[in-house]
Design a protein around this ligand. Structure first.
Ligand SMILES: [Zn+2]
Length: 245
């Protein structure tokens, strides 16, 4: 949040500078900076400008958390759970409501094995961020309802689809928070595992960003995730990190 405030101040100074010099180039430059800033705040969950997101564990110890988005997946989530069980690691799973309805036994297994379940919208459509506050709120409620009906536990965590936040999403989150605990969980290590099948590349990307308290973003719907975990977990442990939540 401090970084965001500094950036807002810098943009303000640029605007003043531009007006003072009455320069079209200066004005266009400021306009570009503002557009860039708006894109950054929407796509960076860490900007925390539309909602406060927890992007790190509250620890200075060498502990990190793995988080998995877009499940429960009928093909790959069970294998991911098997591996986590083998290493006795608890993680975050941000579930899509529609998939919970399709795969209730997997959602139940995630809960029974001690992982934390979060809301990741009901449909996870590309148009999610473009909807009205009302519709976003309804979708968040719908996802919470199916998670609660399936696992028997109230869902108090949320991760926005694509990590995108904007004023409508921010207002819908606040409306949820006025009714119940509803913490927004982001990440500080983005693996970009959806963009490549090259496991080495993804592992390298994760390892070089790891810090005490890091939350790593992964996807349990990917066919590469089980193989990635089998190599990533021992490497992280060899670096002296504990994995958990
Ligand atoms: Zn997602």
């Amino acid at each position: 949040m401090k970084t965001t405030k500094k950036i807002v101040c810098n943009i303000g100074l640029l605007i003043v500078f531009s007006i003072c010099y009455n320069s079209i180039i200066g004005f266009l430059f400021v306009l570009l900076v503002i557009i860039g800033f708006l894109v950054w705040t929407s796509y960076s969950i860490q900007s925390s400008i539309y909602c406060d997101a927890i992007c790190k564990l509250n620890t200075d110890k060498k502990k990190i958390a793995l988080s998995f988005d877009d499940g429960p997946d009928a093909t790959h989530t069970n294998e991911v759970l098997d591996i986590l069980k083998e290493y006795n690691i608890k993680s975050y799973f941000f579930l899509i409501g529609e998939k919970v309805k399709q795969n209730p036994a997997i959602a139940t297994r995630i809960r029974q094995e001690g992982h934390l379940i979060g809301n990741h919208s009901y449909f996870h459509k590309g148009t999610f961020p473009l909807q009205s506050t009302n519709n976003i709120f309804k979708e968040l409620e719908q996802c919470n309802t199916i998670i609660e009906e399936t696992t028997g536990e109230k869902c108090t965590l949320f991760r926005p689809p694509f990590g995108v936040t904007n004023p409508m999403i921010g207002k819908a989150i606040k409306r949820m928070q006025s009714k119940q605990k509803f913490d927004v969980i982001g990440w500080d290590v983005r693996s970009f595992d959806t963009t490549t099948d090259d496991i080495d590349k993804t592992i390298h990307k994760i390892i070089k960003q790891l810090k005490p308290g890091s939350i790593v973003l992964l996807h349990d719907r990917l066919s590469t995730t089980p193989a990635l975990l089998r190599r990533l977990i021992p490497q992280i442990q060899e670096m002296g990190y504990e994995l958990g939540i």
